[in-house]
Write a protein that binds this ligand. Sequence first.
Ligand code: XUL
Ligand code: CO
Length: 437
Amino acid sequence: MNTGFFSTDKIPFEGPDSTNPLAFRHYDPDEIVLGKRMEDQLRFAVAYWHSFAWEGLDPFGGPTFDRPWYPQDSVENAKVKADVAFELFSALGAPFYCFHDADMRPDLGNFSANKRAFDEIVEIFAAKQEETGVKLLWGTANLFSHRRFMSGASTNPDPEVFAYSAATIKSCMDATKKLGGQNYVLWGGREGYETLLNTDLGREDQQMGRMLHMVVEYKHAIGFEGQIMIEPKPQEPSKHQYDYDVATVYGFLKRHGLENEVRVNIEQGHSILAGHSWEHEIALAQTLGIFGSIDANRNDYQSGWDTDQFPNNVPEVALAYYHILKHGGFEAGGGTNFDSKLRRQSIDADDLLIGHIGGMDTCARGLKAAAAMIEDGTMSDFVDERYSGWNSDYWQGVLAGGGSLDEIARKVEDEGIEPEPRSGKQEYLENVVNRFV
Ligand code: XUL
Ligand code: CO
């Protein structure tokens, strides 16, 4: 049965010349890009929270949306929300979605009642997945909205909040496994602090490390095969967040012996907030062996805040997919999640379709451009050539542990080494990128 919430139940691919706002112009799931179907390269997921649970609030105003599943305070309304959500996933042909526990169920005021409601909704989701073929990319726990988490989840000075967080993560991991989720994500919005005047950094690091160890232990105990991922973000809502960026998360994982167990889910907007580019964060994670998945939402470049907008900048997305494709795509099970929300003035039901269509088309164009850059080879040939001096037996030996300052100093004098600076040719390479985007 269709709820009739949207004006259509299928978004067709009509090609680049289409002017139909309810059609794809670039996302053609069956088009082969670098040997794989586009759908399997991009692995799109719709974020349940912004699209269905967020009501259009901002710091100065209340809800602007009016949905048939409001107020979100009963299991009955949560079911209506689920019906419409699966209609959106199906209309878009999105193969995946992602959830937090708190998006799916009402808040009934205590842990046991919430858990019962969550379990009931998870059953409904399982049936809907079966019926529609839509799958779960990842699940996660909301350990940041409720006031009990205001001073942290695992990093809270009160061990009872640590306990509550552990119990919530357990339910969410159980639900993720039950729903066949391919990954499990932890974003620590409150794992950080506002002022050192009331904060013990050492204790909070130890608490967070212990929680993550328990997550990994539980993953193995229940036989969950997906990746566990941390989602880095430098600040907002906490002033200082412990998972600042990829490099910081890697240091944390190393310190706690978890670098082979936990990877990262990298969000475009969070990368920019941390003072990096998205492709920097992706390439660094790949270099460190912890790349997992992406959230494709961007920020508003004037407000400088995490506005979670749908991506619409092809060159930016193209460089991200360039690095993703160069390293084998989402081989470990990740995908492209839209942690994106409508602007609060976009109150029509179909605006939800339109926002996703634009984001999916932008990513599809970026993916095609990235594939063309790889097939062309100019960019990677340039980088290979730039470092080619290191390929000789002598320098490979040094990298492998040979040589010494003493020996190299003698070599410089004996061979009269006087390096000749060579152009980095940034403008040339930027022009090459522009041939493809
Ligand atoms: C918040 C954010 C989260 C995570 C999941 O900035 O990105 O929605 O993706 O908790
Ligand atoms: Co995110």
